[in-house]
Design a protein around this ligand. Structure first.
Ligand code: SF4
Ligand code: SF4
Length: 155
């Protein structure tokens, strides 16, 4: 087991998470582990543990969280929120943590690629003449891409 150097901890991290929309409940967690027991991702990948992520955030392990790949494993199914006795809204806490990671450009390449596709085509799959010609043969209308719809969202 790796040791934690207290000098590396960032006490402000929990406050930064709590300031994000949906992150307010993080400080109410009393580590009961009900969220972990309900999480379908934990069931298939032990690296992902909601209770552990909250403890790390409360301790101030900012770098370990924001630079990790496991925070992106959450499927946003809301199962954890339904069982939390403290109304922590852990799914929202994960959105808050991922937003903080994205603000520091700590985003997996796959998600960066999806962002580029959305920005270029307004969808995650480019619609070419090939697809539209097939649609016309089937009597379906052509699809026009609207990447401008995502300008405000993607910056
Ligand atoms: S269920 Fe709620 S209180 Fe229990 S560990 Fe998870 S977030 Fe914390
Ligand atoms: S929202 Fe994320 S953390 Fe919560 S149960 Fe679903 S996968 Fe697990």
């Amino acid at each position: 087991m790796s040791r934690i150097n207290l000098n590396d901890l960032d006490p402000s991290f929990k406050h930064r998470v709590a300031e994000q929309p949906g992150g307010q409940g993080i400080k109410a967690c009393f580590a009961c582990k009900a969220c972990t027991a309900a999480c379908p991702i934990t069931a298939v990948d032990a690296r992902y543990d909601p209770r552990k992520i909250i403890r790390m955030a409360l301790l101030g392990m900012t770098e370990e969280i924001l630079h990790s790949d496991f925070i992106w494993l959450c499927s946003s199914c809301y199962g954890c929120q339904e069982v939390c006795p403290q109304n922590v809204s852990f799914t929202e806490v994960m959105f808050a943590i991922k937003n903080l990671a994205a603000a520091e450009a700590c985003v997996p390449p796959g998600l960066t690629g999806q962002r580029l596709l959305l920005k270029a085509h307004g969808r995650l799959y480019e619609i070419s003449d090939f697809e539209n010609e097939k649609r016309e043969k089937m009597g379906l209308p052509r699809i026009k891409e609207h990447p401008e719809d995502y300008d405000a969202l993607l910056g």
